[in-house]
Design a protein around this ligand. Sequence first.
Ligand code: NAG
Ligand code: NAG
Length: 349
Amino acid sequence: MATSSRWSLKQRLVVSFLVAIITGLNSPVNGCFTSIFCFGDSLTDTGNLLEISFSESGKLPHSAFPPNGRTFFHRPTGRYCDGRLVIDFVAEALGFEFLPPFYGSKNEKFEKGVNFAVSGATALNFTFLAERGIHKRSTNVSLEVELNNFNIYCNLFAHLLQLLRTSLIVVGEIGGNDYNYAFWQGKDTEKIRELVPLVVHDIASAINELIELGAATLLVPGNFPIGCSPSLLTQFQGSDKDNYDSLTGCLTWLNQFAQHHNDLLQKAIQILRTHHPNVGIIYVDYYNTAMRFYRSPEQFGFKETVKACCGVGGPYNYNPSRSCGYPPLKRCCNDPSSYISWDGEISLS
Ligand SMILES: *[C@@H]1O[C@H](CO)[C@@H](O)[C@H](O)[C@H]1NC(C)=O
Ligand SMILES: *[C@@H]1O[C@H](CO)[C@@H](O)[C@H](O)[C@H]1NC(C)=O
């Protein structure tokens, strides 16, 4: 689907990254989290879009089809990935089960937490983007909708709010799709850049709202180096060598765009920290973690950096109309663990 980016981050890569995150956490009272709640897009979606699409239109997203899921779950689960997402590794590392999707299981209590992230979700709402001529492709869900779902859920199960203090809350990655949709529609880059402070403002508002409800520990991932994603490399393919980083083959200006988002996000987090000195807000640096893979792929066991494993066509193995999981195309490389990108889309998984 046309969502954010997803790369098949391999376990061995993720481990060092997670250790860094988890040791940075402000542990709650007894040193253990009681539950995990998360918000975001396809990088974090463990089955929500699949459930929404199935119940609303009967039309299934690409994540419902093989070879998605082939490496770990051995069946499609609604994850845009062959294996586990970063959130799955976080849950495992903290001794939790994989987080269930919120949609499709509304009557459960989810004492251990639940996942509100929806593939294709944006930070800005549907109306706001539509007014700027940016049309969403797969879902109308925005961060605001995910928070509304959280509130609905809290109203159903009042005990949940008491859990918040001792929960790990993951907000993001979110916002990448706001830009992706605009880039795919060929919007002017300067116009897209104007969205960045608005996107960051919405993320910061969501964090603030969660803190006011009682959240005490939040992980906030930034954006990936989108200039390395097979989908955007395909879309902006050109002969001007100056646009590309000669070491990685990534598009420099797109990576700068992602860094701009991350800079503003970190500044917003810094302000939130001064307003809420007793709350742990941890920025998760997806960008530089991923750049290590692109700069020294062999060190992490990667052979292909900017080509998608699951996909077909062009120099990046990516064609938006024949993308991964879209029946009947089941073509996939033999060894997904040697490719940084699973399906070529922008985010990672
Ligand atoms: C969408 O977001 C804008 C800007 O944040 C806000 O003014 C508006 O009320 C929101 N619209 C809906 C329908 O939620
Ligand atoms: C999104 O909302 C618009 C306007 O309400 C509607 O026309 C469209 O069908 C919705 N799309 C999805 C995928 O739900």
